[in-house]
Write a protein that binds this ligand. Sequence first.
Ligand code: SAM
Length: 234
Amino acid sequence: AEEVGGGDKEVVREYFNSTGFERWRKIYGETEEVNRVQKDIRLGHAKTVENAMLMLKDEGSLVGVTVCDAGCGTGSLSIPLAKEGAIVSASDISAAMVAEAEMKAKEQLPSGNLPRFEVNDLESLSGKYDTVVCLDVLIHYPQNKADGMIAHLASLAEKRVILSFAPKTFYYDILKRIGELFPGPSKATRAYLHAEADVERALRKVGWKIRKRGLTTTQFYFSRLIEAVPISTT
Ligand code: SAM
C-alpha cells in the first residue's frame, strides 16, 4: 500500500470492514473452526489480553476507572474490562468490528455497565481517560505513522498508556516461519514490526516512559506489551 489518497489508513479500514473482519472475527472468537496457524494466533492473542488485564489490575481495582480501548476489534479487552467495573470507551476504525463488539458485549454484560462504542480512528479520538489501551493495532502502521499515533494516545491518558506491538527483534524468525508455511507469495496483509527503542523514543518525546514490559510469543504470534506513565509522576 503506497501513499495514494488516504494511504495506509484507508487500506486498513477497508480490510477490517471486509475480508479482515471475517478473518479476525473467527480468530478472536472461541468456537469457530480455524486452521493451525490461526489457532496459534488465537492462543497468543488471548495471552496478550490476559497479560494486559493483569497489568491493568496491578494498580488496584478497576471499578470506576475510565479506560479508552483504541482499536477495540471485537471487544476482546473491552468486555473483560467492563466486567471488572471499568468505564470503557471502545472505538475502532472498522464499523463492522464495532458492531460485532457491541453485539458480544450485550450478550455477555449486564446492561448497567456496557462500554460506550464508537466508530472512530484513534487519531481522531478526544477526551481524557485514566488509562488508554491499544492492543495489536500498531502492526498496521509503519513507525513514522506510529510515532504520531503513540503521541496522540498519550495525550488522551491521565495516568497510563498500555500498548502492544509486534517487536522487530522477531522479524527474521517470523519470516522464516511464515516462509516454511507458505512457500510462494504470501497472501497475508502487510504487517509492520516496531523496534522497542523506537516506541520508547516516541513516548519519551511526549514526556512518557516505559514502566513495565511483557512479551507474548507462540509459534506464529509475537507481541511486546508495555505500560507507560508520565515521566513527571515517577
Ligand atoms: N485491539 C483488538 C484486540 O486486541 O483484540 C483488535 C486488534 S486487531 C489485530 C486490529 C484492530 O485495529 C482492527 O479492529 C482494526 O480495525 C483496528 N484499527 C486499525 N487501524 C486503526 C486506527 N487507525 N484507529 C482505530 N482502529 C484501528
